[in-house]
Design a protein around this ligand. Structure first.
Ligand code: HAM
Length: 419
């Protein structure tokens, strides 16, 4: 087959069985989110490149290596969104939504990153995403993380994860910590990778996240952020930690100073729910986020505190094993041409009554029954010449083979089928 007839590397078709899992994840997130006051909204799938470039961090892998950026026919630089947060911050600013604060937004849809594909990591993937704008209180972080845990719990996977929690401090913390890192890494500059030498000038914090083996060795003895927290940052993190440890999910909480996140806009709380089961292989972060109080101001908007998270739907789907059963249809089988019109009317009235119908015409009864079985039907309604005239239909239970004649009137038939 021509290569062009394959899906592009890192993309995949989502067939019904897999889609049922995606839908279950999205429905659960939407339902739990609504219980916390989140409203659904959508931003465009592509934005001006600027929206992502400065905000996510010019030294981040996402901006440096992974964005799908192209020039459109009007000469504008456009980027397929690699994440939701920057686009939603843009929508907040360009829509003049300040009056609506506090805002709680839920979104879902596809994202694009030119990454090396492997299990749980794709070039087109999907997220459920939550953003809470306009609340600076540490309890907002706590509530948001509890909501994330509720979603994982409802999906039946919370017990397979740990909540890794860290704080990146406030501006004062980061200025002091940055100075300490620059000093330390400058002393070890010769051992750093080329990427990290660039990061040393632009964003030394990023070196802590480096995958390079040489960098990792140097990072082992680097100064720790915890020693540089300002009093305010320390108090903020202590509140978040204490409230979470006291919550019903307290046993899931782990303080992990290594969580620094791959995007630049975070401050204070950062967190990742990391899978402990081996269903995900090395891509084991299922849900991640944090506070980003500086982002909207950096983009030219009003100073607006914010906190949010996203979870990869493909990764959640790999861990979900209890999707709700799909609705079994009722098979409607007209015995011949003469019965087709009445059978179609019957199908319409049942569908209007909320019953799924698989309409099976043509062929003999044996073949029709096989088709009904393949469609997952548990019951069949068979319409022959006798029934055509007496207002009835043969109702057959496909599991037991039992059958009897019942009225075709929807008010009689629908309650029987619903039972
Ligand atoms: P992120 O850590 O880049 O954060 O992505 C969040 C989650 O999306 C990851 O934990 C993972 O489950 C999933 N994910 C990321 N990349 C891929 C990929 N290539 N293939 C499959 N799944 C992937 C953000 O995107 C932030 N915008 C989250 C946030 C919202 N922070 C504040 N608000």
């Amino acid at each position: 087959m021509s290569q062009k007839l394959q899906p592009v590397r890192g993309t995949q078709d989502i067939l019904p069985e897999e889609f049922a899992k995606h839908r279950h994840v999205i429905d659960t997130a939407r339902r739990v989110g609504a219980l916390y006051g989140f409203k659904e909204m959508a931003t465009p799938i592509f934005e001006f490149t600027e929206v992502f470039k400065r905000t996510l961090g010019e030294t981040s892998d996402v901006v440096n290596k992974e964005m799908y950026t192209f020039e459109d026919k009007g000469g504008e630089s456009i980027t397929l969104r690699p994440e939701f947060t920057a686009g939603i911050a843009r929508a907040f600013i360009s829509g003049g939504l300040q009056e609506k604060l506090p805002i709680k937004y839920f979104s879902t849809g596809p994202l694009f990153r030119y990454e090396r594909p492997q299990k749980g990591r794709y070039r087109q993937f999907h997220q459920i995403n939550f953003e809470w704008l306009g609340n600076a209180d540490p309890l907002a972080d706590v509530e948001l993380i509890l909501m994330a845990a509720d979603i994982l719990e409802d999906l039946g996977i919370l017990s397979k994860t740990k909540l890794n929690l860290n704080s990146l401090g406030d501006q004062e913390t980061r200025q002091n910590y940055r100075a300490a890192l620059v000093k330390y890494f400058s002393e070890h500059k010769n051992g750093l990778s080329e990427d990290s030498k660039v990061r040393l000038d632009k964003n030394p914090l990023r070196i802590l996240d480096s995958k390079d083996e040489g960098d990792k060795k140097i990072v082992q003895n680097a100064p720790l952020m915890g020693e540089y927290y300002s009093a305010a940052a320390k108090a903020f993190f202590e509140t978040v930690t204490a409230r979470l440890k006291d919550s019903i999910y307290g046993d899931r909480v782990v303080i992990n100073p290594k969580i620094v996140r791959g995007l630049d806009y975070y401050s204070h709380t950062v967190f990742e729910f990391i899978a402990e089961s081996d269903e995900l292989g090395s891509q084991n972060t299922v849900l991640a986020g944090g506070r980003y109080d500086g982002l909207i101001k950096t983009m030219g908007g009003p100073e607006t505190p914010a906190v949010g998270f996203a979870a990869g739907i493909e990764r959640l789907a790999l861990m979900v094993h209890n999707t709700p059963a799909s609705i079994a249809p009722v098979a409607i089988i007209p015995m011949g041409e003469a019965e087709v019109v009445e059978a179609l009317k019957l199908a319409s009235s049942l569908r209007h009554g909320g019953i799924a119908v698989e309409f099976i015409a043509g062929g003999n009864v044996g073949k029709a029954m096989k088709k009904a079985d393949k469609a997952g039907a548990k019951h069949a309604l068979i319409l022959g010449s006798n029934e055509l005239n007496n207002g009835k239909v043969v109702h057959k239970d496909l599991a037991t083979g039992q059958q009897n004649e019942v009225s075709r009137a929807p008010e009689t038939l629908i309650p029987i089928l619903k039972k």
